[in-house]
Structures are given as C-alpha cells and as structure tokens.
Design a binder for this molecule. Structure first.
Ligand code: NAP
Ligand code: ZN
Length: 365
C-alpha cells in the first residue's frame, strides 16, 4: 500500500450548522464577501443564516449575487474588482458548484492583484483569500475539492482554473437542498455518483479512496429507489449530501476521468447541465472497460444486475436528447484527445477511436 491523502477543509455537517458554529467566523476577519447565485440562496435559508451569523459577530459584509451557472472568467473578474475596492478579508461562497467555484477563483484574483482572466494560467501556486463554502446542491463536492471549474469564452471551453483552492471551512446543511426541483436533484445526484465512480475506476485510486468510494456508492444506491419514485425526504437529502461530499474528497485525490472531460463540450456548446452531460455518456463509458471487475462492483453497490439495468435506470432519470452532428462529435473527440491529461486517469489504453465511439453510441444511435 502506498498513497498520499490531502484534504484540509474543516467540515461541519448537519441541520443549522452555520448558526450553531457562527463563532468560528470571528477568526476570518472584519469584512466578508458573500458570493452567490441570483436566486436560490435567498429562498433556501442559506443566505439568511450567513447574514445572521455575520451580524451576531459584528462582521461587515457585501454581497455579489450575479454568479451564473458555469461561471465565466468575466464574472470572476467583475466580482474581484468589487472585492478589491471594498478591501474584503475573506470570502463566503453560497450555492451549488457554480458559486462555490466562482468564490474560489474570486479569492485568487483578489489576493493576487496582478492576476486577471488573461494571465491566470501563467502562474502556478497562487493563494486565495480565506474561503468558507456553503453547498446548497448535493453534487459537485466543490466544498471539499481544490478545483474551480470556470467557463473560458476566449477558448470556448470549460476548464479548471489551474490553482489549488481548498475551502478552509465547509458548512453542509442538507435542509438547504430540500426544495431543489426534481430535475436539479437528479442532475446533481448523478454528478455525485459520477465522482464516486470515476474515482473508483481511476489510475490514481488508493485503498483509502476505494473505501470512501464504496461507502459513497452504497449510500447513492440506498437513495436510488427514492429518487426514482421522487419520494425524497430529509434523510435521503442527508445521504445525498454525504455521498456528494465523499465524491468530492475522492476526486480531490484521484481527479475525474473520461466522462467529465467529454461532458464539458456538451455543456459549453449544447447547454446540457454538468451532471446530465456526464450521465448521457455513462453507459458507453462503462461498456468500454475490458476488465469489468470494478464496473461490476459499482453495479452491485447500486443493487443493479448489469450495465443494461444501469442504462434503464439512467433513461428513467434523464430524459434528454442532444441535437448533434457527426462532424461535431469528431471535433469534440479531437479536443478530448489533444490533451493527455484528460485521458491519463483511465486505467486502460484509450485513444481517439474509443472516445469517438463513446460519443457516437451515446448521442447518435
Ligand atoms: P449550479 O450551476 O451551481 O446551480 C444550478 C442551478 O441550481 C442554479 O439555477 C441555482 O440557482 C440552482 N440552485 C442551487 N442551489 C439550489 C437549491 N438549494 N434549491 C434550488 N435551486 C438551487 O449547479 P451545480 O450542479 O451544483 O454546479 C455545477 C458547476 O459545478 C459546473 O460548473 C461544474 O463544472 C462544477 N463542478 C465543480 C466541481 C469542483 O470540484 N469544483 C466538481 C464538479 C462540478 P441560483 O443561480 O439562483 O443559485
Ligand atoms: Zn462533476
């Protein structure tokens, strides 16, 4: 056995954890910068809790509530300029993966005044302002990963910012996720599943990540029946949030694999939400494994018999078709194969033909 493990985020999990632990905010500074989306945090209770916790500690705050889905570098730059002018001490990201990733990027931009959207890739190891992450979806695990996925319109792509920003603290209160629509619940839950699965089917998997992945996959399996029946109570929301956080802790070590790299063009060019984009490719991804031993284990954790039953389950959950041509598939496959980093976590040899076939068999039948 030989492995490394690093995940420095302090996690507070459970109902009302923001208010119950509000005293810790004192250590972060005198002025907070809340980064969130346009609507949901004002409705699900998370923003109210954060404001109450800050006011109890006499901490000043400003709010940027313009983060869009798949946040762009332009938005990050806009929010950063405001944060620099306001001399904020720390960041609180509230929302799904989009506001959390934007918050990480904004923390980097504010703390490094010479950095902007055009030169961010030229310097490594940039440090962020201190960051608190409050997840309101159960999918990305961004609250416990170092990744910040941003949309780079100049290069027409989504990409990792290329800096390592683990939040200092993650507050995980499943009650914020209670009123997510069914569609959002499914798309984000599948994202969590794909992190667990891709971390398990990964060259960088270790004994530790395998143990976490097995627990997370069993948790997801436990939730599946209720998700399929659209009968999702607090206890299932709790399990989904835990599964999502486990997924994040795993991919923080292993990275993701083929479906994630292949899903980004579907999100960028076809506007398919992240979790669904992965889901559309998953049956064919599982089918390309020559050694099916781990794939079969995953199916067992989900209480499914074979890939066919997995496929039926995905079709019940995701009712999405993509309007795509063979030419577009060729372009996406070429983009994917032009970057070794996107292929290297897959444990078997893959190249253009395999990637092309996954796209074609998944999207153009
Ligand atoms: P999201 O893009 O953050 O949010 C999607 C939608 O859900 C938004 O309309 C948002 O509304 C709404 N929403 C959020 N919380 C809600 C709640 N509790 N109730 C009702 N609606 C709610 O979705 P996401 O799937 O969580 O994040 C996807 C992003 O994360 C992608 O950019 C993906 O690439 C990235 N990602 C990052 C990592 C990582 O490790 N950093 C891993 C996987 C994926 P508002 O806009 O009003 O808030
Ligand atoms: Zn993902």
């Amino acid at each position: 056995m030989l492995f490394n493990y690093f995940m420095p985020t302090k996690i507070y999990f459970g109902r009302d954890v923001v208010l119950k632990n509000k005293d810790i905010l004192k250590d972060f500074g005198k002025k907070a910068y809340i980064i969130t989306g346009k609507r949901s945090s004002k409705i699900n209770g998370s923003l109210d809790h954060v404001i109450e916790a800050l006011e109890c500690n006499n901490i000043e705050y400003i709010i940027f509530d313009e983060v869009e889905e798949n946040p762009s570098l332009e938005t990050v730059e806009k929010a950063s300029l405001i944060g620099k002018n306001e001399k904020v001490d720390f960041i609180i990201g509230i929302g799904g993966g989009s506001p959390l990733d934007a918050a990480k990027a904004i923390g980097i931009f504010i703390n490094n005044p010479n950095i902007n959207k055009d030169n961010i890739n030229e310097t490594k190891d940039l440090k962020s302002l201190p960051l608190i992450a409050i997840a309101t979806t159960s999918g990305t695990g961004s609250e416990v990963t170092q990744y910040a996925i941003v949309t780079d319109h100049n290069n027409q792509t989504k990409k990792n910012l290329g800096q390592s920003v683990f939040p200092n603290v993650a507050f995980l209160d499943p009650s914020y996720t209670m009123d997510m629509s069914y569609d959002l619940t499914v798309s984000t839950a599948i994202d969590a599943f794909t992190h667990l699965a891709e971390g398990y089917l990964n060259n960088n998997a270790s004994e530790l990540t395998d143990n976490m992945a097995e627990s997370g996959l069993k948790l997801f399996g436990k939730c599946l029946k209720d998700i399929l029946k659209n009968n999702i109570d607090y206890s299932t929301r709790e399990n989904l949030m835990l599964a999502s956080t486990l997924g994040g802790m795993i991919i923080a070590q292993t990275g993701t694999s083929l479906p994630h790299g292949m899903g980004y063009p579907l999100t960028y060019f076809k506007n398919i939400p992240h979790g669904k984009a992965n889901a559309l490719l998953y049956v064919e991804y599982l089918n390309i494994f020559k050694d099916k031993s781990r794939v079969n284990k995953i199916l067992r954790f989900l209480n499914l018999v074979d890939v066919q039953e997995f496929s039926t389950m995905i079709s019940k959950l995701i009712d999405t078709t993509v309007d795509i041509t063979e030419k577009e598939v060729e372009v996406y496959a070429r983009i994917m194969c032009s970057n070794d980093a996107k292929l290297k976590n897959h444990p078997e040899k893959v190249g253009y033909d395999e990637i092309y076939n996954i796209y074609m068999n998944s999207l153009i039948k």
